[in-house]
Structures are given as C-alpha cells and as structure tokens.
Design a protein around this ligand. Structure first.
Ligand SMILES: NC(=O)c1ccc[n+]([C@@H]2O[C@H](COP(=O)([O-])OP(=O)(O)OC[C@H]3O[C@@H](n4cnc5c(N)ncnc54)[C@H](O)[C@@H]3O)[C@@H](O)[C@H]2O)c1
Length: 368
C-alpha cells in the first residue's frame, strides 16, 4: 500500500491500493471509535460501490460501525445548498450526533458536499474521503476545501474542513469512462506543471496510457504519477493551507477553466475545462511576454495526444464575464497562474480590465 501524509492543521494519510474498499472498515476503525457512519454518494457511484451488499458496507459493518447511506442524483448541477440541506436533514432524522461521522464516496461532487456537510453539521463532525474518480483522488479529496456552487458561480459557499483519512481503491477506476480519466489526467498534468516536471516526462513517455486503454489491469504507471501529483499538492497545502499565497498555484488554468465550465452549462466537465484553461493561460502569458517557456505547445500537444477536445465553446467576452463571477475575482485585479518552466509556475496580478484581452490571446492560440 502507498501512503502519503498531509501535514497541516490536521495531519492525515492518503492510502492507495487496489481492493481497499474491502478493508475500509478496519482502516477507519483506527481513526474513529464505533459510531454511526453515513456514506454520502451519488446515484451512479451508489449503484456501483454502495448499498448494503457492497464490499464497503460489509467491511464498515464488520468493523463495528452502524452504516447508513444518503444518495443524491449525480452531477455538478446537484452540488448545491439544497442537496447539502437534504443531507443535514437526513442526518438529524437518523439522530446523528457529534461523535458520528460521514463517508464521502464518489468524485469531487460528493466529496465537496460531504465535507461541507461534515463541517457544518452540529458545528463539525468527522469524515472520511473515498474518492472514486481520478480527479477526486489527486485533487479534490485532499487539502480541506469543501463547498457548493451558487447561482453566481462555482464553489462560492464552503469551508475548510479536512478528512480524517483518504482511502483510494484504484479498482474503482475500472468503471471510469475515458472522459472521466481525462478529467483526472488534466489535474495530474497540472500538478506536473506546478511542481514536478518528472510527472510530465512520465506522461509523455511512450507507452503511458493513463488507462485510456482497453487493458486497465496494470495500474503501476498510473499509481506512480498519482503519488507524485499528491506529493505536489501535499507540499503546497502544508505551506499555505488557507490559500493566502502559494496555494493559488493550484489554480493553474482554473480562472478560465471555471468560466468554460460555467458557460457550457457544465456540459464541459471540470477536468477537461481546466485542461483548456491551462493551455489558454499558458499561451496568453507567453504572448504577454511573462514567460518564454513554450509550455502552451507542450500542453496542447499532450492533451491532443490523449484525445482532449480543446474547444472552449464560448467567446472572450462571455468567458471574461463568467470568470469575474468566480470567487478568485478581486475588485480591480485577479491573480493569474503562469508557467515559468515545466515544473515551476508563478503568480501575477492582471487588471480586471485586461482579462477579456488575455482570454482572447488564449482563444487566438487555439484558433478559436
Ligand atoms: N475541493 C477541491 O479542492 C476540489 C479540487 C478540484 C475539483 N473539485 C470539484 O470536484 C468536482 C469535479 O470532480 P469529479 O469530476 O470527480 O465530479 P463528479 O463527482 O461529478 O464525478 C463525475 C462523474 O463520474 C461518476 N463517477 C464517479 N466515480 C465513478 C466510477 N468509479 N465509475 C464510474 N463513474 C463514476 C459520477 O457519478 C459523476 O457522474 C467539481 O465540482 C470541482 O469543483 C474540488
């Protein structure tokens, strides 16, 4: 088993191994006393890995936990205060108390909402993350950011609340579609750009499939880059847990990416939107003379190699307006993450009045 430690206001481990769902009970019992556990998941993941007959339930029950499940419809459009309210109502109906806990089972949507529900139920209860998408595994399940979207934009309400433990069963990735793999691979590549160029070398290497292949049995290459990507995020979170400084580096491609997601009505999923946003931000930074790293070409070629569509399906004015609803928007300037070289990025303020032009540079590069 691979174990990575996150060291911040709460220290916790990420454990990665095929088949881990069957051992979730004994692992959880090392961190939690016998209590009620509510598995919170979406309908798709609930059907695949939840329910009383699942390996997860059986393992948790045999470790002495009293197991419940709350299920909501899958998809970003359900990452709302209404869904969190329904989770809280369910917990109070089932008489969950302060010593009870939640289990986030699924991708970033169940993860973000379960963490938020845990942060505010009875002013804070414990929770465990069990990410079942590659994106959630390398990004959303660690670092303590939880929350929901509001009508005005993504992740506008939330809290910092860390899990007790993150359990990654890489066998759950067997049921991901190629597009869901692409969403996660985009965040792995982002981690490589920010803090570890060897990730990019690993991914570029001939033969690396990122499991966009018929044969998903050998995950050693994938686990190798997952561990490296987690180490990049763990180091940044340890240095700046509350995103007052360098944690903003993790937002590479996100200002434009969130705008792309929002303008598409969430038809372009988070990871793929971030991939497009990252190429656009790199290209625009190069055209502005902030960097001569040629990272835009590197990333564009990489994403095309793995079959991404790099069409943002929106114009510069529309994207700029959507980006300015984003929580990263400050009154008169926003912070842009740009590449200095593969494995190293920097932060620069951009006047809000220049954002539309910046985005247009990115669109020009993509030929849009
Ligand atoms: N908190 C953070 O730090 C952070 C970081 C990055 C992204 N996010 C958030 O994460 C979300 C995106 O995450 P996501 O792409 O995992 O979203 P998601 O949870 O909506 O999952 C995407 C789809 O995959 C399905 N799915 C999940 N696991 C599966 C499996 N093993 N097999 C088959 N299908 C499966 C889900 O049912 C869903 O339809 C966004 O809301 C984004 O804002 C949060």
């Amino acid at each position: 088993m691979k174990t990575i430690n996150i060291s911040c206001s709460r220290d916790y481990n990420i454990m990665i191994e095929p088949g881990l769902l069957s051992h979730a009970g004994e692992l959880a019992a090392s961190f939690l006393p016998p209590c009620k556990l509510c598995v919170v998941t979406d309908e798709t993941v609930g059907r695949l890995y939840g329910g009383p007959q699942s390996a997860l339930f059986k393992s948790l029950a045999s470790a002495g936990f009293d197991v419940y499940q709350y299920t909501f419809p899958a998809g970003e459009k359900h990452k709302t205060l209404e869904t969190v309210g329904a989770i809280l109502d369910y917990l109070s109906e089932q008489r969950f108390h302060r010593g009870d806990a939640l289990v986030a089972l699924g991708g970033g949507v169940p993860g973000d909402m379960t963490g938020f529900a845990a942060a505010i139920y009875m002013r804070g209860i414990k929770f465990i993350q069990i990410p079942t998408t590659l994106l959630a595994c390398v990004d959303s399940s660690i670092g303590g950011k939880t929350g929901v979207d509001l009508a005005a934009g993504k992740n506008l309400a939330g809290a910092f609340w860390h899990p007790e433990l993150v359990l990654v069963d890489t066998d759950t990735f067997d049921t991901l579609t190629d597009d869901l793999y692409r969403d996660g691979l985009a965040e792995i590549i982002k981690a490589g750009m920010i803090g570890d160029a060897t990730i990019l070398e690993d991914v570029v290497r001939e033969g690396f499939q990122a499991d966009l292949s018929a044969d998903r049995t050998d995950k050693s290459d994938l686990i190798n880059v997952i561990v490296k990507a987690l180490r990049v995020k763990a180091a940044i979170v340890a240095a700046d847990e509350r995103e007052t400084g360098i944690r903003q580096l993790l937002n590479l491609g996100h200002t434009i990416g969130h705008a792309i997601e929002r303008c598409s009505g969430y038809a372009i999923a988070h990871g793929r939107a971030v991939a497009i946003g990252t190429v656009m931000a790199c290209a625009a930074a190069e055209r502005k003379g902030w960097t001569d790293s040629n990272c835009a070409d590197l990333l564009r070629d990489l994403f095309l190699q793995f079959g991404y569509s790099l069409d943002p399906r929106a114009g510069a004015a529309e994207l700029a307006a959507a980006a300015l609803h984003d929580k990263k928007a400050r009154t008169d300037s926003i912070t842009i993450v740009y590449p200095k070289q593969p494995g190293e990025c920097g932060l620069r303020p951009l006047p809000v009045s220049e954002l539309e032009g910046f985005i247009r540079y990115g669109l020009d590069y993509l030929g849009q």
